[in-house]
Design a protein. Structure first.
Ligand code: FES
Ligand SMILES: [Fe+2]
Length: 370
C-alpha cells in the first residue's frame, strides 16, 4: 500500500496512482467496496424511466439493482433479487408494469417493493404458509435520490444527504441556471472506452491537453483562458471565455463554462445555455461505458424550433468526447508498462487531476506520507 502514500505528497513530488490500480481485478474490487460502496454515485438517468410502471435493471459495479417508477411517479431503487431463492428479478427494461413478478416461482412484488403474492407457498392452492409473513420479505430497498435527471445511489445507506453532499458544488454554480435546465430531447451520447474509469475522470479534470487533442474546442475556449477548480469531492477546470454559438436561449451573456468531475463517476459541464452530464460505468479494470445526456433551458429543451440547434450541440460534444478516447486508451496501455511509476503532475496544470488521485488514494486507505 506504500505506493499509495506517495500520491498524498505535495503535487511537486507526488506520484499518481500506480499501474495496478488500473489493470487488476482486485483493484476494481477494492474500489467497489471503498469508493462506490461508501457514498453517492450516479446509477442512471431518470428520464429512461419516463412513465409509471417503468422498470429498469442497473448493474452498479456488479451489484444488481432495480429502478422503478411508481404509480405516483416517484423513483424507487431496490436490490434486484427475489427474496425467495435469490433470482435476479428483472433483466431487461420493462414498461407499464403494475408489479414485479419473479419468473421462477411467480412471487410478485408491487412497485413499492411489498411482497403481494406467493402462489402455492403452502401447497397447491394454498397461497399462504404457516409462519411465513409477506411483510418480512419485501424487496430490499437501496437509498437513492435525484438531482436534475440524475439518479444517485448510496449503497452504504450512511452517506450524508445528497443535497448536503452536493451543496459545495451547487454553491459554486449559483451563477448557472441549474433550476431552469430540462433534459434535452436528443439521443444519449454513448461511448465505450477500453480504459479504466479513473482515466476518464483524470482526463476530464484537466485542460492541459486541449491544444493537441481538441484543437477546434480550443478555438472556442482557449487553454489560456482556463482556470483550475478543486473542491472536496469534485475537481475540474473552467473558462472565462466560452464563446457560445448563440443558437440556444441562454440565461445571460456571461461567457462562463465549467467542467467538473463529481467524484466518483460523473463528468459535468455547465454553461449558460446548456448543461451536460456523462455517467461512467466501470465494467472491468480496462473497460468503461460512457453515457452522456444534455440539458437546455426550458424553452429550448423540447421545442421543435430548436431541434436543429440541439442536434448540432449534441454532435459537437460527441466529437469532443470522441477525441479523448484515443489518448485515454493509450494511458491505459501505458499503465501495463513495468516502467510506469504512477507518473507525475505539472504543479500548475494538473492540480485538479492530482486532487482526484488524492481523493481516491485516501479512500483506498493510503497512509499519510512520512
Ligand atoms: S426465486 Fe423468486 S419466486 Fe422463487
Ligand atoms: Fe478532453
Amino acid at each position: 500500500m506504500n505506493d499509495l502514500a506517495s500520491v498524498l505528497r505535495p503535487i511537486e513530488t507526488a506520484r499518481g496512482l500506480p499501474g495496478r490500480c488500473y489493470t487488476e481485478a482486485s483493484a476494481l474490487d477494492e474500489e467497489r467496496r471503498r469508493i462506490f460502496g461508501r457514498g453517492w454515485f450516479c446509477i442512471a438517468f431518470a428520464s429512461d424511466l419516463a412513465a409509471p410502471g417503468d422498470l429498469m435493471p442497473v448493474d452498479a459495479m456488479g451489484t444488481a439493482l432495480l429502478l422503478v417508477r411508481t404509480g405516483e411517479g416517484d423513483i424507487r431503487c431496490f436490490h434486484n433479487v427475489c427474496r425467495h431463492r435469490g433470482v435476479r428479478l428483472v433483466d431487461e427494461p420493462q414498461r407499464g408494469r403494475t408489479a414485479v413478478r419473479c419468473p421462477y416461482h411467480s412471487w410478485t412484488y408491487d412497485l413499492e417493493g411489498r411482497l403481494r403474492a406467493t402462489p402455492h407457498i403452502g401447497g397447491v392452492g394454498r397461497h399462504e404458509a404457516p409462519g411465513f409473513c409477506k411483510g418480512d420479505r419485501g424487496l430490499v430497498p437501496v437509498r437513492a435520490a435525484m438531482w436534475l435527471d440524475m439518479v444517485f445511489a448510496d449503497l452504504s445507506g450512511a452517506a450524508p444527504a445528497l443535497e448536503d453532499w452536493l451543496a459545495p458544488l451547487l454553491a459554486r454554480w449559483r451563477h448557472f441556471p441549474l433550476a431552469r435546465y430540462r433534459p434535452a430531447d436528443t439521443e444519449p451520447i454513448r461511448l465505450r472506452l477500453e480504459a479504466n474509469w479513473k482515466l476518464a475522470v483524470e482526463n476530464y479534470c484537466e485542460a492541459y491537453h486541449l491544444p493537441w487533442i481538441h484543437p477546434e474546442l480550443n478555438r472556442i475556449s482557449p487553454l489560456a483562458d482556463h482556470y483550475p477548480i478543486v473542491g472536496a469531492a469534485f475537481s475540474g477546470q473552467g473558462s472565462h471565455c466560452y464563446a457560445a454559438r448563440g443558437e440556444l436561449p441562454a440565461a445571460g451573456d456571461r461567457p462562463l463554462a465549467e467542467y467538473v468531475a463529481l467524484y466518483p463517476n460523473l463528468l459535468l459541464g455547465a454553461h449558460m445555455d446548456h448543461f451536460f452530464a456523462m455517467r461512467l460505468d466501470p465494467l472491468a479494470p480496462d473497460l468503461t461505458a460512457e453515457d452522456a445526456r444534455l440539458w437546455c433551458l426550458e424553452a429550448a429543451a423540447g421545442a421543435p424550433a430548436y431541434a436543429g440547434a440541439r442536434d448540432r450541440l449534441r454532435a459537437r460534444w460527441q466529437d469532443v468526447f470522441g477525441e479523448d478516447v484515443g489518448v485515454v486508451e493509450r494511458m491505459q496501455q501505458g499503465r501495463r508498462s513495468p516502467a510506469f511509476d504512477g507518473g507525475c503532475f505539472s504543479p500548475v496544470m494538473d492540480g485538479p487531476s492530482h486532487a482526484f488521485h488524492r481523493w481516491a488514494a485516501d479512500r483506498l486507505g493510503a497512509p499519510e506520507p512520512a
